[in-house]
Write a protein that binds this ligand. Structure first.
Ligand code: ATP
Ligand code: FE2
Length: 322
């Protein structure tokens, strides 16, 4: 069986073909590079001018014909309205023209499911840190539940905003990681953990108001925010008694964040998993694969019910496939 999945919640538009046995036959994407951060309508224009080419390429690279596709899935939310609408429109047309079922996928859940497929983690806590999202997610009582999350912005967006103020190229996360390696002094920044939740805006403002070298600022930003994420993940591990930690989202490519989480996880005698980069960042393979396991559990939607959900909550979805 072949499943074609479309991702398009934010910067990245992607199309992927996977099989029902979990082989990723193609995983094609293009990312909108906004000079001033993300402008939703411009990103959506970028997606609509690229989507047909990307779909075709994903079918060609997979070595199949479009009539071989058995199911179409798409990222139904959460994300930016104009981007989600563009992606959903393409998915609906494809499903109608091929006369195959349509499956709407929650983007955050897809990060977790592709991580399980790629790493062999069975029942992990996912630390999902991207531009727009920062959440600690785990399976409990039939749903994926959010045990901690950002109360303001995603960590990636904070790093990108800080970088923009400091004249760095977009995305700033990798630039900050490089500069942080030269940092020597830990500047005292607000440590904002509230219960199981975190906040990043105040830390960014404080860092921008510090008179320090850019290297020390980057180092201190990373140490402070990554320690917050490590603390919350550790408490989730203890509280919900899981023994696996899985990373997902673009920010987890950061080697310093990986090493802090790995150390904490191993000290607790738990397993640590990180998928390869193409499955950490936003990608369509995760939507195709999650679309398949949902379809296999009997889930699909009609075109009439396929409206996008900008605020699609992780725990809204009844996880009947586990
Ligand atoms: P989402 O829709 O899930 O919020 P996104 O559009 O932000 O996703 P991702 O590819 O998951 O896309 O993540 C991009 C973010 O990852 C950017 O904010 C970028 O700065 C950050 N990032 C990438 N590499 C690194 C790194 N090495 N260190 C820190 N942050 C990084
Ligand atoms: Fe994402």
């Amino acid at each position: 069986m072949y499943i074609l999945g479309l991702e398009g919640t934010a910067h990245t538009i992607g199309s992927s073909v996977v099989t029902d046995t979990g082989d990723v036959l193609s995983n094609i994407s293009k990312t909108y590079q906004g000079k001033e951060g993300i402008h939703p309508r411009e990103a959506a224009n970028h997606h609509s001018s690229n989507i047909l080419g990307i779909i075709k390429e994903s079918i060609d690279v997979a070595g199949i014909e479009k009539d071989d596709i058995d199911v179409v899935s798409f990222s139904q939310g959460p994300g930016l309205g104009p981007c989600l609408r563009t992606t959903a429109t393409a998915a609906r047309s494809l499903s109608l023209s091929l006369d195959v079922p349509l499956v709407g996928v929650n983007h955050c859940i897809a990060h977790l499911e592709i991580g399980r497929l790629m790493t062999g983690a069975e029942n992990p806590i996912l630390l999902y840190v991207s531009g727009g999202n920062t959440q600690v997610i785990a399976f409990r009582k039939g749903r994926y539940r959010v045990f901690g999350e950002t109360l303001d912005i995603g960590l990636g967006n904070m790093l990108d905003k800080f970088g923009r103020e400091k004249g760095m190229t977009f995305p700033a996360g990798p630039v900050i990681e490089e500069k942080a390696k030269e940092g020597k002094k830990l500047i005292d920044l607000p440590y904002s953990v509230k219960g199981m939740d975190v906040e990043f805006s105040g830390i960014m403002t404080a860092a921008l108001n510090e008179d320090a070298t850019i290297e020390d600022l980057c180092f201190s930003l990373q140490e402070t925010t990554f320690a917050m994420l490590t603390e919350v993940t550790e408490r989730a591990l203890a509280h919900i008694r899981k023994d696996e930690v899985l990373l997902g989202g673009g920010v987890v490519q950061n080697k310093r964040l990986q090493s802090m989480i790995k150390t904490m996880t191993e000290e607790r005698g738990a397993e640590y998993y990180v998928p390869e980069a193409q499955y950490c960042v936003d990608n369509a393979a995760m939507i195709a694969w999650t679309g398949y396991i949902m379809y296999d559990a009997g889930i699909s939607i009609s075109v009439e019910e396929s409206n996008i959900k900008q605020k699609f909550r992780t725990d809204e979805v009844e996880v009947s496939w586990r």
